[in-house]
Design a protein. Structure first.
Length: 493
């Protein structure tokens, strides 16, 4: 049957199943999806389009639900989608109850195998105590009988090129083997916060709750897919759920920034990340995560940077641009595109050809002197502008990006005692270079370099030495440092 399918139909995906129900998302070509889908090997298949992307999207993200055992091939040419969730693999029921504490949404999947999964999400309208923990109005609590990542564990058995083609990972290689070794070695030192409220989040020095700063969800998800580790995939799911349930401010639509608790830091565009949530929603086929990623995007679009003078920060321009461009790559929206265009134009207007960087008020330290935070330029500003240029090519902006890239490269090559993360510049002259060794900011900086240049740099043993020990098991800020490293694409090359 498998041979026949390969002959008469296009094989889209080969999936090893272990007999347990499987449910996850994958991107498939629009042409294949239009022909319907079928599975070989006696597996029961049910599928639907995920609520992301417009009618012209290609590829198309779909939810696959499968019940079977052994190697199953997904082929084009078969059944139509079961949009209501009442299909061959499972029957899905949704109900909403109005309770004194808030609205309870209950979803039940009744699988053809006899398994039953249930998810109950209570969004608190008033402060409520659950199992001895105090939840605030605006928070939510989601409980499941089977974690979505368990049903999506088949993702960890898929081949790496699948994730490269989707765009969540770069092509695998040996560019950063030593860095990845440190990432995996320090995993045991990252402990989730305790209890129902803490699950999926971490703390750093001073008792600060990280609120997934620098996009812990994205970092963990990339690690999970690159290593095929189901436990990491489950953690990525908890991180994404934590953002939706615990950290989101319902008034601004943005997550609370890190602080003494989950909901004490002020929401701001420079501390809002949606990429990890977006990818998790796609791979775990979670409509709620996708809806929340969209809502954060709308909130970013509606809240332009507001700082003036020394309060004008690069991160308030570049992080929102990077996140909006990530969302637009999945889900075109004219309002979001217009907001991203305004941010890109604002950043472009700050390009200083003499200083070879994009100048923001936070770096102006008087008398024409500028403090270049190169790790922010390389780690955030340049990746954001490159993402924008992929959607909206612009020759002048591309030249400004190349100018800043070359400045980073020149300074790295001229610095022998570490990686230059900060320096001062006046009248085009650079001085006061801070050379870092074993600093996660240095690894973020390298994200701003073109892949070819970075590969040539990393052949230098001296640079490799400067990058070592950026992650230390005894670092009280390990959760944040780990995310700062693992979120970068180049680390997984």
């Amino acid at each position: 049957m498998g041979v026949l399918c390969a002959v008469v139909s296009q094989v889209l995906l080969t999936i090893p199943l272990d007999g347990e129900p499987a449910r996850f998302g994958v991107p498939l070509s629009a042409a294949a999806v239009a022909r319907g889908l079928r599975a070989t090997g006696g597996a029961v298949l049910q599928w639907r389009r995920l609520p992301i992307g417009d009618a012209a999207a290609d590829p198309v993200w779909v939810e696959l639900a499968l019940v079977g055992r052994g190697t199953v091939r997904l082929c084009a040419g078969g059944a139509a989608p079961a949009a209501t969730g009442h299909g061959a693999a499972f029957v899905r029921d949704d109900e909403v109850q109005r309770l004194p504490a808030g609205d309870l949404t209950r979803t039940t999947w009744r699988w053809c195998s006899g398994a039953v999964d249930e998810q109950a999400r209570l969004e608190f309208a008033v402060p409520t105590e659950v199992d001895g923990e105090a939840f605030l109005a605006g928070e939510a609590l989601t409980r499941v009988t089977v974690a979505p990542a368990v049903r999506a564990a088949a993702l960890c058995r898929l081949s790496g090129p699948r994730f490269v083609a989707a765009g969540v990972l770069p092509p695998a290689g040996r560019l950063a083997v030593a860095v990845r070794r440190e990432l995996l070695a320090t995993l045991p030192g990252r402990h989730e916060l305790p209890g129902l409220r803490g699950a999926g989040d971490f703390a750093r020095s001073g008792g600060v709750v990280t609120n997934l700063e620098f996009d812990t969800t994205l970092a963990v998800l990339r690690c999970a897919l690159a290593t095929g580790d189901p436990a990491m995939l489950a953690l990525a799911g908890r991180c994404a759920r934590h953002l939706c349930d615990r950290d989101l401010d319902r008034r601004s639509g943005l997550p609370f920034a890190h602080g003494s608790d989950h909901r004490t830091g002020a929401p701001e565009p420079g501390h809002a990340w949606l990429q990890g949530l977006l990818w998790a929603g796609c791979w775990l086929a979670d409509d709620g995560m996708l809806a929340t990623a969209r809502s954060i995007g709308r909130a970013l679009a509606a809240r332009p940077p507001s700082g003036e003078g020394r309060g004008e920060r690069a991160r308030d321009f570049a992080w929102p641009l990077l996140e909006l461009e990530a969302l637009l790559a999945f889900d075109p929206d004219p309002a979001l595109a217009a907001a991203a265009d305004r941010l890109a134009l604002a950043i472009a207007s700050r390009h200083d050809r003499a200083a070879h960087t994009f100048r923001f008020g936070e770096g102006e330290v008087g008398e024409g002197l500028y403090l270049e935070r190169a790790w922010i330029t390389g780690g955030v500003v340049l990746p954001a502008l490159r993402a924008h240029l992929r959607r909206r090519p612009d020759a002048a902006l591309a030249e400004a990006v190349r100018d800043a890239e070359q400045a980073l490269l020149t300074r790295i090559l001229a610095t022998s005692d570490g990686v230059p993360t900060h320096w001062r510049v006046a009248g085009g002259e650079v001085f006061g270079v801070h050379a870092a060794r074993g600093d996660p900011r240095a690894l973020m900086l390298l994200e701003g370099l073109p892949p070819g240049e970075l590969a040539r740099l990393l052949r230098r043993s001296s640079l490799q030495n400067h990058l070592e020990h950026a992650l230390r098991p005894d670092d009280p800020d390990l959760p944040t440092a780990w995310t700062m490293v693992a979120r970068n694409e180049w680390v997984w090359r």
